[in-house]
Design a binder for this molecule. Sequence first.
Ligand SMILES: NC(=O)c1ccc[n+]([C@@H]2O[C@H](COP(=O)([O-])OP(=O)(O)OC[C@H]3O[C@@H](n4cnc5c(N)ncnc54)[C@H](O)[C@@H]3O)[C@@H](O)[C@H]2O)c1
Length: 265
Amino acid sequence: MTSIHDLKDKVAIVTGAASGIGREIATQFHALGATLILTDINGDGVQAVADGLGEGIIALRHDVASEADWTAVFAAVEARHGRLDILVNNAGVMMASPFAEAGIDILRRQQRINVESVYLGMQGGLPLLRAGLAQGAATTAIVNVSSIYGKVGGAAFAAYSATKGAVRALSKAVATELASSGIRVNCVMPGPVATNLSADWEPPRDADGAIIPPDVALAAWAKLIPMGRLGEARDIAPLVAFLASDAAAFITGSEFIADGGYTAA
Ligand SMILES: NC(=O)c1ccc[n+]([C@@H]2O[C@H](COP(=O)([O-])OP(=O)(O)OC[C@H]3O[C@@H](n4cnc5c(N)ncnc54)[C@H](O)[C@@H]3O)[C@@H](O)[C@H]2O)c1
């Protein structure tokens, strides 16, 4: 019987692995036996995560919006492993701003980091994912981290919502096209999770224009969640591990929400 607690013999790239959800995915993948390539624009941070997990883990500074950086990542994976079984497109940024004040650069930056990254990663990873299948993998998997704000509106997150909605549509299109090949593509859609993501915010402001401190904004979010708490990275990582594993062999083009009931209410 295939266990979800088994990623051994799987070579996996996790982007945005220096922090938050990506770091937890890396930690759980490692515990499940995966061979890891961890990347992040924060090169020192991702090296520290790799060092903390153990030996034999490749850690790379990687701007996911850069095609050249993706090429370098795949070249490193090719040289060391000659195959890829799992690609987790997790790296992302979230910028808050009232829509009336949100200049086009806010959309463009998030478009590059949240969407173009996924496009480049999925496309560039195909030869190595195919090599994984040729070398005997039952399935290979791409897991893209979208957000519930790609499904429901988030006030002051118009541009972020647009990018996360794009990740959903992009994932479904590619999943459909690749379905017969053995390469599966799925999305996870976390609700509000306590991570460093808010560090990238233009600080949210109240109706009078005063800055709302991040802890106040996060506490307000928690009140909107039927479970009464923000998510933790460990609430999201097991879902990613399941979708990455062969236990999810019949699942592609699907979306999975982990949000404490936020979007059910
Ligand atoms: N935290 C939440 O509430 C929440 C909710 C839904 C979805 N998400 C999504 O989860 C993913 C992970 O976010 P998180 O909450 O762990 O945030 P985080 O800020 O803790 O981690 C994001 C990581 O991505 C890295 N990163 C940023 N820009 C990058 C770039 N250009 N290239 C490579 N790496 C880059 C950062 O250095 C950081 O290590 C994101 O895609 C985010 O949109 C988060």
